[in-house]
Design a protein around this ligand. Structure first.
Ligand code: COA
Length: 161
């Protein structure tokens, strides 16, 4: 039984994240999409809201479970008996950062191996921050997020303005 974890902030989930989730889910039995519940950050969406948004974007993938975690990722990995951490790579910068994280995670838990999936080219320019910035400034971000959550992001941005 292969259980993989795709961790992140997902503030909010983008089409780039979805691309990694869809491809990762094909490679394992169960893919946990794990939202970091970090009280020190001031995100646009609460953890519960992020989870709902992710569920709306991934309901078509039967082997995806969406949860939150706090504390060390490797402890969460152990708790759910996962054997792989999944991360997406968009560019060289991501690679350098992710390589360090994967080495540290492996040091903390020798069973926590990281698998990298290269983002498909059309998604390499997307980040959650760029979605938020474009939305905040009234630009069209419809090509960057799932159409099922477009209105919710717009409404949240309007409330926060
Ligand atoms: N498509 C679109 N965007 C992507 C992406 C992709 N394929 N891959 C990364 N991103 C973007 C995200 O949108 C996000 O953008 P933003 O900075 O504009 O918000 C950014 O890249 C990084 O986000 P994310 O992938 O969510 O990672 P993160 O750095 O926020 O979180 C954790 C990384 C949660 C895995 C890490 O912080 C963690 O494990 N924390 C727990 C504590 C711990 O164990 N620490 C020790 C680690 S060694």
């Amino acid at each position: 039984m292969s259980i993989w974890v795709y961790p992140g902030s997902f503030d909010p989930i983008t089409l780039g994240h979805e691309n990694i989730i869809e491809r990762g889910a094909r490679l394992c039995d169960t893919l946990y999409v794990a939202v970091l519940d970090n009280p020190n950050k001031s995100p646009l969406f609460s953890t519960d809201e992020k989870i709902e948004l992710i569920k709306k974007c991934t309901s078509h993938i039967p082997n995806v479970v969406v949860e939150c975690f706090n504390g060390l990722l490797v402890d969460y990995v152990k708790d759910i008996n996962a054997n792989v951490i999944l991360r997406g790579i968009r560019n060289v910068g991501d690679y350098e950062y992710e390589q360090n994280m994967s080495v540290l995670n492996k040091k903390l838990n020798e069973n926590a191996d990281t698998v990298f999936i290269c983002a498909d080219p059309e998604f390499r320019c997307i980040s959650s921050s760029s979605v938020k910035e474009i939305a905040m400034l009234g630009g069209d971000f419809s090509g960057l997020v799932n159409e099922n959550i477009f209105n919710e992001i717009n409404n949240q941005i309007t409330r926060r303005k």
